[in-house]
Design a protein around this ligand. Structure first.
Ligand code: F6P
Length: 333
């Protein structure tokens, strides 16, 4: 494959499909630049004094890591001045952040989780950044919370970066999903996967089984049947993987198939992951890669958000497996 940079990919998407107009391209490039800085900070780890807690809690009452705060600040600094944003919202900020009055405003909204899986930071396991681009509704000048409450199917672009052995960005602008690897020497994102296609079937599931006592009947049934292996109704043995970093688990699924589940349960009645920062961007990417994403009874991208930090049940990945879980939900109504 010839070396196609992120910029070249985005320009070609605009020329061929009218996707990723110049402002969106610049926004994605600037998020990509912030992610290079985040990758570098993560890579230095203890040498840069960035590990450990920040001593603060985020709006959901979770203890923030220093790198949560650093990553959030890097994304704000990289994107607020560009003139393409009407505002931004982050898992690590209590409220939506308006663009400062002295800076020009644009038509788009950036929604992101600056450092997903950050509880893994101190143990040197992969973490990531997840982002989503929405159009600011017409007539809304200073984007307030309501502007962000759009179903995921209205996303213009979505991506995530995994800071793993290699730093990889997975991106969709609505014409399939593709991946870029960070070439640290050149400082460029280089396309390293053509169109991603998630296999429709799988023998691998990802779920935190320590929550099994809280699961609802459809999830219990699905997992029990997987665990029954060749002697059970599925007639095959399954393997389990759980990194506890959504970016790493989803990257594995888009690489070789699988199903990822953090469902609503007796403890988290609405689910545990965040709809706007995690569920929607990941669902858009997974669907663009030929997979499926539901919250149980419903397609995630159709859910109308009611509030910025709303949680959501998430079941995504290989489409035949997701369909089977969806069928169990429908049967057990
Ligand atoms: O949203 C945070 C997150 O760290 C995800 O990246 C991950 O999938 C999940 O939480 C891990 O949850 P648990 O701590 O229950 O394993």
């Amino acid at each position: 494959m010839s070396r196609v940079t992120l910029t070249q990919y985005l320009v070609e998407q605009q020329r061929a499909k009218g996707l990723a107009p110049a402002d969106v391209r610049q926004l994605i490039e600037d998020v990509g630049r912030a992610c290079k800085g985040i990758a570098s900070a993560i890579n230095k780890g203890a040498l840069a004094g960035v590990l450990g807690g920040a001593g603060t809690d985020n709006v959901q009452g979770e203890a923030q890591k220093k790198l949560d705060v650093i990553s959030n600040d890097m994304i704000v600094a990289a994107t607020e001045w560009g003139g393409y944003l009407a505002g931004m919202a982050s898992e690590e900020m209590d409220n939506a952040l308006p663009i400062p009055a002295h800076l020009p405003k644009g038509e788009y909204l950036l929604v992101y989780d600056p450092l997903d899986g950050s509880s893994n930071i101190d143990v040197n396991v992969s973490v990531g950044t997840i982002f989503s681009v929405l159009r600011c509704p017409q007539g809304v000048s200073a984007a307030d919370e309501k502007a962000y409450l759009q179903p995921g199917k209205q996303q213009i672009a979505a991506g995530f970066v995994v800071y793993g052995p290699a730093t990889i960005m997975v991106l969709t602008v609505g014409n399939g999903a593709t991946a870029f690897t960070l070439d640290r020497d050149a400082g460029d994102w280089i396309q390293t996967t053509e169109k991603i296609e998630i296999p429709a079937d799988t023998k691998e599931f990802a779920i935190n089984t320590s929550n099994s006592r809280n699961w609802t009947a459809p999830i219990k049934r699905y997992i029990d049947e997987c665990l029954a292996g060749t002697k059970g109704p599925r007639g095959k043995d399954f393997n389990m993987r759980w990194v506890a970093s959504m970016v790493a688990d989803v990257f594995r699924i888009i690489s070789r198939g699988g199903i990822f589940m953090y469902p609503a349960d007796a403890k988290y009645a609405e689910g545990r992951l965040r709809l706007l920062y995690e569920a929607n961007p990941m669902s858009f990417i997974v669907e663009q890669a030929g997979g499926a994403a539901i919250n149980g009874p419903q397609r995630i991208l159709d859910v109308q958000p009611g509030k910025l930090h709303q949680r959501q049940g998430v079941i995504l990945g290989s489409k035949n497996e997701v369909a089977l879980v969806g069928k169990y939900y429908a049967e057990m109504k």
